[in-house]
Design a protein around this ligand. Structure first.
Ligand code: DHB
Ligand code: FE
Length: 288
């Protein structure tokens, strides 16, 4: 049986990718950001997943106003790295896991969540920056990412966006789906995006340290209460792009306690302001 043994939460700021790709990680500004990932980089080496189910959002890269899936699961064998305007990031292409992804699609759709099935999708910074943060810089040709990745894209860009509650319940359905896959696989689920940031309008640059940390406390210790936070609170308190945080609730809903099992163990928690326009948050929860 496949199992979800851990969840990883992290922001996905594009400038972090640029700092890595342009060799700026040792600059004082960036050092403080990357130091928060030293633990996670070692942890993921010691707790190697067979597959990562990576929840992220596409930033009008693969999708546009022409087509706006609320939840899209990648069932392809591989995904190219998107060109977001400066050429594709120099990182390896992303290998998928079509068998597990198709199984999850079947199971989750039969559990009444309508997923869009995607067989061709360039992946943007929302997916590649978290991979770089946890696995370090990789050569685009000579290296490969350490394991297959199932991309799961959530619409948090064009309103209406899904509620935190729906994301949390979807996470529970994903756990059931993974646990009904026959092969013994160690699966990690990652929730990415956030924390507080607003890139547009008169409040551009908004950061809310108190709210972010209170929300993270709730995510870790009382995910039911966290799932009840209405979407307007994210926008008011964490900024228009702070809504990306609902994606963390998918990963949290997939942990055992959401299904009545034991509480996960907090292995690491990190918060830093600023990275570009964003408050960077990062946490790791492990199933006991
Ligand atoms: C920034 C953050 C994001 O999450 C994003 O998708 C784009 C830009 C930023 O802080 O610059
Ligand atoms: Fe984003």
């Amino acid at each position: 049986m496949a199992r979800i043994t851990a969840s990883v939460y992290t922001s996905h700021v594009p400038a972090i990718g640029a700092a890595l790709d342009l060799g700026k990680t040792h600059e004082p500004y960036w050092q403080k950001v990357f130091a928060g990932y030293d633990y996670g980089k070692q942890w993921v080496k010691d707790n190697r997943p067979d597959v990562i189910f990576l929840v992220y959002n596409d930033h009008a890269t693969a999708f546009s106003l022409d087509l706006i899936p609320t939840f899209a699961i990648g069932t392809a064998a591989e995904y190219e790295v998107a060109d977001e305007g400066f050429g594709p990031r120099p990182v390896p292409k992303v290998m998928g896991h079509p068998e597990l992804a198709s199984h999850i699609a079947q199971s989750v759709i039969q559990q009444d969540f309508d997923l869009t099935i995607v067989n061709k999708m360039p992946v943007d910074h929302g997916l590649t920056v978290p991979l770089s943060l946890m696995f370090g810089q990789k050569d685009p040709v000579k290296d490969a990412w350490p394991c297959p990745v199932i991309p799961f894209a959530v619409n948090v860009v064009q309103y209406p966006v899904p509620s935190g509650r729906r994301c949390y319940e979807l996470g529970k359905a994903i756990r059931r789906a993974v646990e009904s896959f026959d092969e013994d696989l160690n699966v990690h689920i990652w929730g990415t995006g956030g924390m507080s940031h607003q890139l547009q309008g008169p409040r551009a640059g908004l950061i809310n340290r108190e709210w972010d940390n209170a929300w993270l406390d709730k995510l870790i210790n009382d995910p039911e209460a966290c799932a009840s936070v209405p979407h307007i609170d994210y926008v008011r308190e964490a900024g228009s792009e702070g809504i990306e945080l609902v994606m963390w609730l998918i990963a949290r809903g997939a942990m055992a306690d959401a299904a009545g099992g034991p509480k996960p163990v907090l292995k690491h928690r990190f918060y830093h302001v600023p990275a570009s326009n964003t408050a960077v948050g990062h946490a790791i929860l492990e199933t006991v």
